[in-house]
Design a protein around this ligand. Sequence first.
Ligand SMILES: *Cc1c(COP(=O)(O)O)cnc(C)c1O
Length: 390
Amino acid sequence: MKQVYLDYSATTPVKKEVLDTMLPYYTDVFGNPSSLYSIAEESKAAIDTARKNVANLINANTNEIFFTAGGSESDNWALKGVADALKDKGNHIITTSIEHHAILHTAEYLEKHGCEVTYVGVGKDGRVNPQDIENAITDKTILISVMFVNNEVGSIQPIEEIAKIAKKYGVVFHTDAVQALGNVPIDVKAMDIDLLSMSAHKIYGPKGIGAMYIKKGTKITNFVHGGGQEAKHRAGTENLPGIVGFGKAAEIAKNNLEEHIENSTKLRDYLIEQITTKIPHTKVNGSMEHRHPGNANISFEFVEGEALLLMLNSKGIYVSTGSACSSKSLTPSHVLMALGIPVEVIHGTLRFTIGDFTTREDIDYVVDNLVEIVTKLRELSPISAEKGWK
Ligand SMILES: *Cc1c(COP(=O)(O)O)cnc(C)c1O
């Protein structure tokens, strides 16, 4: 059976070139980078190269990149590390209601430990209004954390404007750029970003490895205590193959950025056009203008998203309802709620995310099956029959 994976925002396969670059670092070049003999030198050099490639992708300096175990760890570090380092200055953090749970649950944890958190909402387009961020600032505000690109509806946030506001008030600015990396141009210098979270497995690199960009001079406490790795900020023997894989994935992402954006956008727009013209009562959620190139978040009225997902799954099509984290429970997605979408419509919403291995034939296969499945489900649904939707 044909298989079509349209869940690239959940994770991506490791590219062959990435895996090939990683493999020698499991077996041949395995020396502990902290050791003094020559094979350790080779490990150290490989980490330096990877750090340079990751830095290049976001226009950072090499010594401003610190490897972590992924996006969640970087997000935890940003919030806890700044709250701790600046506790004498203030205890107020501003974030948004559409963040990833790695931010939201860390913020909730900090609220239990003396911090005050303001969760700024978004418009119908899934974007934060920078003025709302500015209005939330008090003399106790120490950190503003706003994601670069939302993982569910793909909305790209006005990061430069928000960073400017943070600068104006002397507040540290962090952005969770896990979905932005390799999908939109990022320039931490031009955008004046202080802290930025990254993850390798969303850009065709391995899982369990990520990084944080920390602008030189930013006040943040060390995250893992132990050895002297990562300039003492994040101890532990380095995940050498992971770091090498992340570096290679970052290098490829940098070289392919324009082509990747162009191809993804074309296929995404084709998918959206096909679905919305061939299936009645469908609606795209989030901004079309400021959008992740591969994201199509679509509500199908009068159908259950779970039923849709399972029937697509039986055809070898893999998508997600709302977000991967909430897909096992039926609580409606906090992001779609924040956009003001009615709960019954949220329950009929799917997220399709396109990536580098997606083809036009894949999209046609998905659309053909969707037309059939949605029609069948609506025929079975008492609500749609009552309202005359077929
Ligand atoms: C995937 C994701 C994360 C978590 O990254 P991991 O490397 O899986 O821990 C954080 N934020 C966003 C926006 C994500 O999409």
